[in-house]
Design a protein around this ligand. Structure first.
Ligand code: SAM
Length: 258
């Protein structure tokens, strides 16, 4: 890793594959000689070590999702979608700003981030300063009226949610709140594990997305299956990237019991 204070070990020789939300690494700190385990969903701990997120997911496990979503956004751009310079994006589950950096590379300048943990914002300020016009630490499941008003006033016409759906990350009520903040006919760009959409999974975010598509609340413009990354044991993990346009708000009643 590009940080000589730490040595990272990934337990890649497991006899059985472990699910994505149980993957972990062992970190050896040269600062205090401590050795500890960090789960791949312990984002607060991962972001707190400079370079660890990039090393694990991008260098070792070859994650391509931020680039994939941005390249599909470019592909979808044109007659129906506004030019990159006219887009104002809400990056939901923004993490340490890797998606923001890619959005900026394709010409989007108006980029706002939101994440639920303060370590994400701190890491963004450290790793990708000056990319986000504003970065909110907020739980959209408990959004105050004043923040909802502020976000709606911003006039977001694009929402990105990369690597954050499924596995207990962004729940349906949070996705709904983010989606409903967008202007009508906004673009929505996200990825989700392929099996979540292909299996008869009628719960959580899979069910919500299927229903949104079926009932015309989300009109899919582009859809592509691709290799999101490898698991720690080297198994390719396939995701679906979806670029669509918002046709209407998600009704409250759809997510009331989530
Ligand atoms: C796998 S990371 C993806 C980060 C970034 N989008 C990327 O692709 O590098 C998932 C992010 O979702 C955030 N997250 C999880 N639950 C959330 C919620 N309810 N609201 C906002 N962010 C959330 C996590 O804190 C974490 O930063």
């Amino acid at each position: 890793m590009n940080n000589s204070n730490y040595e990272i070990f990934i337990p890649e020789n497991q006899t059985e594959d472990i699910d994505q939300d149980r993957e972990y690494c062992i970190v050896k700190s040269k600062i205090n000689n401590a050795t500890f385990k960090i789960g791949f969903h312990e984002y607060d701990k991962i972001y707190s070590i400079p370079g660890l997120y990039e090393y694990l997911f991008y260098n070792r496990l070859k994650c391509v999702s931020p680039q994939k979503i941005c390249s599909l956004l470019m592909k979808a751009a044109g007659s129906e979608f506004p030019n990159a310079s006219d887009l104002c994006v809400l990056d939901l589950g923004a993490g340490n700003g890797i998606v923001g950096e890619q959005l900026n590379k394709i010409g989007i300048n108006s980029i706002y981030g939101i994440d639920i943990i303060k370590e994400a914002k701190e890491a963004t300020e450290r790793d990708h300063p000056d990319i986000y016009q504003k970065y909110y630490i907020a739980d959209l499941a408990r959004l105050s009226d004043s923040l909802r008003k502020e976000l709606k006033k911003t006039g977001f016409n694009l929402m990105t949610t990369v690597g954050s759906l499924g596995f207990g990350d962004i729940p349906v009520n949070v996705f709904r709140e983010g989606f409903n903040i967008l202007s009508t006919s906004a673009i929505v760009a996200f990825n989700i594990r392929e099996i979540f959409l292909s299996e008869k999974d009628l719960t959580g975010i899979s069910a919500l997305i299927k229903k949104m598509i079926d009932q015309g609340i989300l009109e899919v413009k582009l859809k592509e299956k691709y290799r999101h990354r490898f698991s720690i044991t080297g198994i390719p993990l396939y995701y679906m990237a979806i670029i669509g346009s918002k046709q209407a708000d998600i009704p409250d009643t759809w997510v009331q019991n989530c």
